[in-house]
Design a protein around this ligand. Structure first.
Ligand SMILES: Nc1ncnc2c1ncn2[C@@H]1O[C@H](COP(=O)(O)OP(=O)(O)OP(=O)(O)O)[C@@H](O)[C@H]1O
Ligand SMILES: [Mg+2]
Length: 549
């Protein structure tokens, strides 16, 4: 495995004069800062960072090693094919291992005479390492921890500086070192904001999960999704994301966008469920002034706004039938007209769609056009329900959300009691990741000392074990109101009555009701959509509301 050079190692091709290299250094800091705050494929980002660092410091090679807390070794994670293992190095070996263990910087001119240097990689690759500059990537100490340095997350390492035109020699100097330390700090800060950070932030290393820095999960089921998302992101092909409610369709649609060549362009969401039928066309394609009563100015549609970027059609199965033909034309020709306009316009957009519906059934029932069906499912990505991903993933996600909400609400580092974990692992999660996220968010709020026990998890769904029943009565009072739902109703009607009761209990607050029901606001919207289309209040004002915004 070590006989290959990792792709994280970047070989420099050209030399830059000192002035350019100064400009380069500054622009690199700026670029990285903006890149790191975005949700990009982390491996790709690290590879870019390596490339730019090598260039800015005139190094022949740059490598970012991450400390894998689980395996206790160093690993380079880069944009190699997903099935290829990353390059690994035991912590006990080499300069990088030494830096990771001690947290100290190493700057040497000749590796051959340093006993810490491990020549085995050189032997395997035929490369000759001479000068080395390696600095730790370490988290800033948290405020309470005094002057103790933060835990080491990785190592940023440069090999062999190319001689510059000012003949300043091939070794790295003090300036290089200062600069690299600043850069490593920035990478550490970025890492601390990702899902790679261990649940206990004060422990060393990282939890290496999937390839996307805000998406948790490494079950085989999810790996298959990552692979497809990565491949799809490299092209402009239309993607259809399928999966139950709350599985992460919205999240993955964004991942496709930010990992595509359109990442600098807009990401525009059209939520087909909340659009009243009569507004869909103008929402999508815009309208001219005077197109209909109240159209007092020209308004561009979402299709136009997504020019150069990605258009996300959420819940495409709910698109009204007469709009399906117009969308089909746009997908085929990328041409459209604004409502009330004569001019044919075009827009360069990449389309990603999502649905939780059984589209095949909608097609067979004549509710979804077959030609459109084939147009949207060019690349189909099925996101598995949470229960199919295994209990470990449930626990991992729970810890991730606990950490995230503790930070958001200023709560201490959360500790999940083993009974709470057991309960989470045993639950069937009909509302998938969103349901889990809501459970944990509320538990973090209800446990101000950060110790999350079974009593902090929603009561209604807890299995009726004696222990659980005993703790719950102390923590959460039983709901005083109840709904009577007669036997004999259809499931649809029964659900509607139940949801209506919850909505009443929440004074009509849909977000709150959705939280209690552990379903998306979309789902509530869908349930009552037919009422609103028949002349009700319409689609919550803004037609393309972003659900989780
Ligand atoms: N693998 C994951 N890692 C981290 N967070 C996740 C993951 N999957 C989903 N989430 C989070 O769970 C919530 C629900 O995800 P999302 O909105 O993408 O689901 P959805 O499939 O679009 O649901 P719906 O069909 O109801 O619209 C979001 O807050 C999202 O960030
Ligand atoms: Mg969604």
């Amino acid at each position: 495995m070590q006989s290959v050079t990792s792709d994280a190692t970047f070989e420099r091709a050209t030399l830059l004069p000192p002035h350019d290299s100064m400009v380069n250094r500054l622009s690199l800091l700026v670029d990285l800062a903006s890149l790191l705050t975005r949700e990009v494929d982390f491996d790709a980002l690290l590879a870019t960072a390596c490339e730019r660092v090598a260039e800015a410091l005139s190094a022949e090679r740059a490598t970012i090693w991450l400390v894998d807390a689980e395996h206790g070794d160093l690993v380079t994670r880069v944009a190699v094919l997903p099935e290829l293992p990353a390059l690994r190095l035991p912590l006990a070996r080499g300069i990088a291992g030494w830096v990771a263990r001690t947290g100290e910087t190493v700057r040497i001119a000749d590796a051959a005479i340093d006993p810490r240097f491990d020549p085995s990689v050189d032997k395997a690759t035929g490369y000759t390492t001479r000068a080395i500059l390696a600095v730790p990537i370490r988290e800033e100490p948290s405020s309470g921890a005094g002057r103790e340095p933060g835990p080491v997350r990785g190592v940023l390492q440069l090999l062999n500086r190319a001689p510059r035109s000012d003949a300043s020699g091939a070794a790295f100097d003090e300036e290089d070192e200062k600069y690299l330390v600043a850069l490593a700090n920035q990478i550490a800060r970025a890492l601390s904001l990702t899902t790679l950070r261990p649940a206990d932030a004060s422990s060393a290393g990282l939890t290496l999960r999937g390839p996307f820095n805000r998406i948790v999960g490494r079950s085989d089921e999810l790996r298959a999704v990552y692979e497809r998302v990565t491949l799809a992101a490299q092209t402009d092909a239309t993607v259809l994301l399928r999966g139950e409610t709350g599985t992460g369709k919205g999240l993955f649609s964004r991942a496709i966008h930010v990992n595509s060549s359109r990442q600098a362009g807009p990401f525009v969401i059209v939520d087909c469920t909340t659009l009243p039928a009569q507004l869909v066309e103008s929402e999508l394609f815009g309208h001219e002034r005077g197109a209909f009563t109240g159209a007092d100015r020209r308004v561009p549609g979402k299709v136009e706004m997504a020019q150069g970027g990605t258009l996300f059609l959420d819940e495409i199965g709910d698109l009204p039938h007469d709009m399906q033909g117009k969308l089909l034309r746009f997908l085929q020709e990328r041409m459209f007209e604004r409502v009330g306009g004569r001019q044919t316009l075009s827009s360069d957009v990449r389309v990603v769609c999502a649905t939780h519906h059984d589209l095949e059934r909608l097609v067979s029932e004549g509710r979804f056009r077959e030609d459109l069906y084939y147009r949207v499912r060019v690349v189909e990505i099925e996101i598995p329900p949470l229960r199919a991903r295994g209990e470990n993933e449930i626990e991992q996600l729970a810890r991730h959300f606990a950490d995230m909400y503790a930070k958001r609400y200023g709560r201490p580092s959360p500790v999940l009691a083993p009974e709470a974990v057991a309960l989470l692992r045993a639950h069937a999660w009909p509302g998938n990741v969103r349901e889990l996220e809501h459970w944990i968010e509320s538990a973090v709020v209800l446990a101000p000392d950060g110790r999350i026990g079974p009593a902090h998890l929603p009561r209604a769904r807890r299995p009726p074990t004696a222990a659980a029943a005993a703790t719950s009565s102390a923590a959460a009072p039983a709901p005083s109101d109840s709904v009577a739902i007669p036997i004999g109703l259809t499931l649809d009607e029964a659900s509607r009555r139940y949801v209506t009761a919850i909505l009443d209990a929440c004074d009509g607050n849909k977000a709150e009701a959705a939280r209690r029901l552990a379903i998306g606001r979309n789902t509530i919207g869908r349930m009552f959509q037919r009422d609103s289309e028949a002349g009700g209040e319409g689609g919550e004002g803004g037609a393309s509301g972003q659900e989780d915004a």
